[in-house]
Design a protein around this ligand. Structure first.
Ligand SMILES: [Fe+2]
Ligand SMILES: [Fe+2]
Length: 149
């Protein structure tokens, strides 16, 4: 059981686990916000839909991470504040972030000893792959000079 397992965690392990979860949580919120902002300005409804679906995925990830943080007695950090940027730049930043997430979730899955968190990271990682593919589609179809980007 998790409760039993938690008792065996020493303070510094727990601190590390919380720090990783908090960092991932803030990143999920940032990714969701980026995708939502990009979707607002985009001219093509089909691409807006792709970005909105991605944002929904990221908000769900944030929620799962938040539940984990709270269950470990931690506090979820506030949502990061993003500067206003042109849509094409938001799309590219989101793409960079999703590429990085693919690596981070795998690394973090190996780096934490909590079996439930490990499983959660693996599950989220698989969905980050979908984000990566979706953003690749958006980038491929987006013309920054004509698409209202
Ligand atoms: Fe995510
Ligand atoms: Fe992500």
């Amino acid at each position: 059981m998790l409760a039993e397992w938690l008792e065996k965690l020493n303070a510094s392990q727990k601190e590390h686990l919380l720090a990783v979860l908090q960092e991932r949580y803030a990143d999920e919120l940032r990714d969701a916000e980026l995708a939502e902002r990009a979707a607002r300005e985009l001219r093509y409804e089909q691409l807006r839909e792709v970005l909105r679906r991605m944002a929904t995925r990221e908000r769900r990830h944030a929620e799962l991470l938040k539940q984990k943080i709270v269950s470990l007695g931690g506090t979820p950090p506030p949502a990061p504040q993003l500067p206003e940027e042109p849509t094409w730049q938001e799309v590219l930043e989101a793409f960079e972030s999703e590429k990085a997430d693919l690596v981070s979730y795998i690394e973090n899955a190996y780096g934490v000893s909590d079996p439930e968190v490990r499983e959660l990271f693996r599950r989220i990682h698989d969905e980050e792959e979908q984000n990566y593919r979706d953003l690749l589609e958006v980038i491929t179809k987006l013309d920054p000079y004509q698409a209202g980007a």
